[in-house]
Design a protein around this ligand. Structure first.
Ligand SMILES: Cc1ncc(COP(=O)(O)O)c(C=O)c1O
Length: 896
């Protein structure tokens, strides 16, 4: 067997992120250490490996500066073993370390690198206390110009400040520049707090060439252009933008009365150089505890421990009707006692009322608001289906106009029926080859908005409603959309349906494309003196650009998130996040009315507790988990793309397959290819009109001669128990999330390989006729793609204003309650009727699954394109279409 160790510096393009690169560096050092320890190297191998060891050490000495564990001292220690040819110790130390990093066990037991003395001290400590606090391990960066204390002294002082009673354990990383601090934050997910001295410098003193590809995001964020004044304060501002969940402390000499309000509000606390480090240590733990608190979950735990008598309508409470039953005990045993102890409808005794929270639920929602960057956050226990209806009812009224993407979730359409506002449907660009829709181009939004302006109806337009990201992972340039729309309509309300995007706020690259981030960003921008100057100068120029008027513009943004879809929450756990300058003044009351309209008076406490606990999780490990899920997606993409047996039947849809080139200014076409390795996505995400969420992986199965639905059910589910929830005619969609593990990725790849083998066998056994049939199926799935229709129009009887976009969907919906005005017509009979001049107008929603959005809404005229699409649909589940009768339509008389 040839002796190999992988890592060479020029190969970094083969690593998607620094964590892969770092792990590989350690792993290759482990392999080499092993060879040295075995002592069977010839001269050439010996020389070759010596070069590799020195290269691995130089890589690790750079990377490990940004991590407290294992620490630079450990690297010097193992280097010494190596130089002294103590290969056994060298090999053992590196192996222990690799194990502790790969398994993450170092967080609860860092003994692989602890000195003998420290290990002995720890053994004496209380076992339980130790395991608890060690489980809660974090790292802190101390950014210092180095003028006062050495790194050693700083670490010693913190060591001295700690006590055995501390609830959390942490280690300090000392860095000396703003650039190093940002790199550490990008690389190291263990960092939970930053202590920053005033007067630090910008540039790192290290040679960063080797890690350049992994820090490209920092340059693209263009912070350098904004950095003026004290860089310590500026660093705090930047961190608040990229990792807002972290606690920030400022160390300065500037007298209190000279500290500006921005500095004071940027940091959790300001300390003076002369102050005791014990105080900083206590503050670190105090603020961490604040984030760690889960007010509602903890209240529920406390409640469940109290003895109570239940004399209200909830026999299941405390398991009373279950554990004494002869016939239901298995149900109780399956779920365990706690869930029943926590089943209650109490709103007092330490608990709270969701409809009027004043205690732990209020606090839990406030903490969620902080975590998700909103001004107000509300928990919803019936999914985003309900969250959407609440927001629509709260904000729009009969006669208002709402610009809405036609392929949005059905809850919006129903919300419009309830509120009586007129929808103006916006068409997404089609991706015909794969039978899916993309997202709504900005041109389409502006075109419809300007048409309403020309018709004198701009004052009626209230809201723009878009889905970000779409099921297939198309993500809007939220900032650009809002800026350009506000230039036309400065008080527009935005509802971003982020049902699939709750995780996005926890990593900087995604965060810049979320509703809450952009709302906050634009509010600051439009209120700034610089913007006012830019606006006034623009007005004076020869060809002024459309810009929002700073005196008129109002930031009013709502996002709805199915927390349960992408983060840790029980099913139906959802949140509404609000960033609305006019909320208190205009909307608060109507919002509460709408909230009460749709919220159960018996909300499920387990769901609420999971939203609270899930919030804690994302604040501590959201960054790490989301980055990992992106990494898992990238691994899956690269493995499927480059595996010859998989390539034979399957293709992963690339960025260019999902997003036409006119929306990709960066020119990015894919995230990975075998010859060039990883393509950095930062530039595209900063600029492009649409980007593709890499965690949504569409697999094209048309070349396998199998349609999406069959592939999902007969292959993935029936044979291998793999669940997915979306298919198109010729694709299936896989998603990675914060629960995706390496082994599940490996399992999926092995399943696809098995399916490829089955396909090989099936084809090999086919007769000529069967082969011909198969070819026909493949041709149909890959070439004959039915066109995807746009929204047609509302019938004259339901148009808000004749000839102007916008329809009275509510009128049509309720008119259909009168059965004398409706009849049924089969889809196959429609063609003839239309040929004879009949306008067929739907009386109900017709929603096929997939794609899961209405191809007809009440009051909509059936067009030739929609009919063709409908006839060609090969899905079995079509809500609003009765196999025995057909589509419910209005009679000619009803429309006369
Ligand atoms: C875009 C979008 N919005 C809203 C929803 C409804 O979310 P929930 O399942 O949380 O009710 C979905 C469900 O799939 C969705 O895809």
């Amino acid at each position: 067997m040839s002796k190999e160790a992988n890592l060479t510096k020029s190969q970094y393009k083969n690593y998607f992120n620094i964590s892969q690169y770092r792990n590989e560096a350690w792993y290759s050092l482990k392999q080499i250490a092993n060879y040295f320890n075995q002592g069977q190297l010839d001269n050439i191998e010996n020389q070759n490996f010596k070069e590799k060891v020195s290269s691995a050490f130089s890589t690790l000495k750079l990377i490990e500066k940004y991590y407290a564990y294992p620490g630079i001292d450990f690297i010097h220690e193992i280097e010494e073993f190596y130089l002294q040819e103590q290969y056994e110790e060298f090999c053992q130390s590196v192996s222990d370390l690799v194990r502790s990093i790969v398994s993450d066990s170092y967080r609860s037991n860092r003994s692989a690198t602890e000195s003998e003395e420290k290990r002995k001290r720890m053994l004496k400590e209380d076992e339980i206390q130790l395991s608890q606090s060690r489980d809660r391990y974090f790292e802190v960066i101390f950014v210092d110009d180095g003028s006062m204390d050495s790194e050693e002294t700083i670490k010693e002082k913190f060591e001295y400040a700690r006590s055995e009673e501390d609830e959390f354990t942490y280690e300090i990383i000392v860095l000396s520049s703003l650039e190093d601090a940002l790199i550490a934050l990008l690389f190291n997910p263990n960092i939970q707090a930053c202590i920053i001295r005033s007067g630090i410098s910008y540039k790192s003193a290290f040679d960063l060439e080797e890690i350049k590809p992994f820090i490209a995001g920092i340059d693209l964020m263009q912070f350098q252009d904004r950095l003026e004044g004290d860089l310590g304060h500026e660093l705090g501002e930047v961190i608040k933008e990229i990792r807002p969940e972290l606690d920030l402390f400022y160390l300065t000499d500037i007298p209190v009365d000279e500290l500006d309000t921005e500095t004071l509000s940027c940091f959790n606390r300001v300390f003076y150089r002369t102050e005791d480090l014990k105080e900083i240590h206590l503050s670190l733990l105090f603020f961490l505890k604040e984030r760690f608190n889960t007010p509602f979950f903890s209240a529920l735990v406390d409640y469940s421990k109290k003895p109570t008598g239940v004399f209200h309508a909830m026999p299941i409470s405390r398991g009373n009707s279950i554990f004494r039953s002869q016939w239901l005990r298995d149900f109780g045993e399956f779920y365990g006692r706690n869930i029943f102890l926590a089943e209650t409808s109490a709103t007092t005794g330490g608990l709270d009322s969701l409809l009027q929270p004043t205690g732990p639920l209020k606090k839990a929602q406030e903490l969620a608001s902080k975590a998700y960057g909103s001004q107000n956050t509300f928990f919803v226990t019936n999914g985003t289906s309900t969250a959407n209806k609440i927001v629509l009812q709260a904000l729009v009224e009969p006669d208002d106009v709402v610009l809405i993407d036609r392929d949005c979730h059905k809850s919006h359409h129903y919300g419009l029926v309830l509120s009586g506002a007129y929808p103006v449907y916006l068409d997404s660009y089609p991706v015909e080859k794969y039978s899916m829709y993309g997202a709504v181009p900005l041109e389409e939004i502006k075109h419809k908005l300007l048409a309403l302006k020309d018709a004198g109806r701009l004052d009626k337009v209230k809201m723009l409603l878009l889905t970000n990201c779409t099921f297939d992972g198309i993500i809007y340039n939220v900032k650009r959309v809002m800026e350009e729309v506000l230039a036309i309509k400065p008080d527009m309300i935005f509802l971003w349906d982020e049902a699939w995007f709750a995780f996005a706020g926890f990593t900087p690259i995604y965060r810049q494309r979320t509703g809450m981030y952009v709302a906050n960003f634009l509010q600051r921008k439009y209120q700034s003196a610089e913007y006012r100057k830019e606006y006034e100068e623009n007005l004076k120029s020869d060809s002024p650009k459309p810009l929002p008027d700073p005196d008129l513009v109002k930031i009013r943004v709502y996002t709805t998130q199915s927390t349960h879809k992408t983060l840790s929450s029980l099913r139906q756990g959802s949140m509404i996040h609000i960033y609305d300058e006019l909320f208190k003044r205009k909307t608060e009351d109507s919002f509460h009315e709408a909230y009460k309209t749709h919220t159960s008076t018996s909300p499920n406490y387990q769901i609420l507790a999971s939203l609270d606990a899930g919030r804690r999780q994302v604040q501590f490990e959201g960054y790490e988990m989301v980055e990992k899920s992106i990494e898992m997606a990238m691994v899956l993409r690269s493995k499927i793309t480059s595996h010859p047996r998989l390539k034979k039947y399957f293709d992963i849809l690339r960025v260019e397959n999902n997003i036409p080139s006119q929306y990709r200014k960066s020119g990015i076409t894919e995230y990975y290819n075998k010859s060039n390795g990883w393509v950095r996505m930062e530039e595209a995400w900063a600029e492009d009109e649409f980007v593709l969420d890499p965690t949504k992986i569409n697999l094209f199965v048309g070349r396998a001669g199998v349609d999406g639905d069959t592939f999902k059910n007969k292959y993935l589910m029936d044979q291998f128990g793999i669940q997915i929830n979306k298919t198109s005619r010729n694709t299936v969609l896989f998603m990675t999330n914060i629960g995706t593990t390496r082994s599940s990725v490996a399992y999926l790849i092995s399943v696809l390989l098995k399916i490829a083998d089955q396909l090989d066998e099936r084809i090999a056994a086919m007769s000529d006729t069967q082969l011909k049939n198969m070819e026909r199926t493949i041709k149909s799935l890959t070439e004959k793609t039915p066109p995807l229709p746009d929204f047609s129009r509302f019938h004259e009887s339901f148009q808000a204003v004749p000839g102007v976009p916008g329809g009275n969907i509510r009128k049509a919906y309720f008119m259909a309650y009168d059965e004398t005005k409706c009849e049924y017509i089969r889809r196959t009979e429609c063609k003839k009727a239309m040929k004879n001049g009949r306008e067929i107008v739907s009386a109900s929603f017709v929603i096929p699954y997939p794609p899961g959005f209405p191809i007809l809404v009440p009051g909509q005229v059936l067009s030739k394109d929609i009919l063709e699409f409908f006839i060609n649909l090969d899905v079995k589940e079509i809500h609003g279409y009765r196999d025995d009768l057909g589509i419910r339509v209005f009679t000619k008389e009803a429309l006369a």
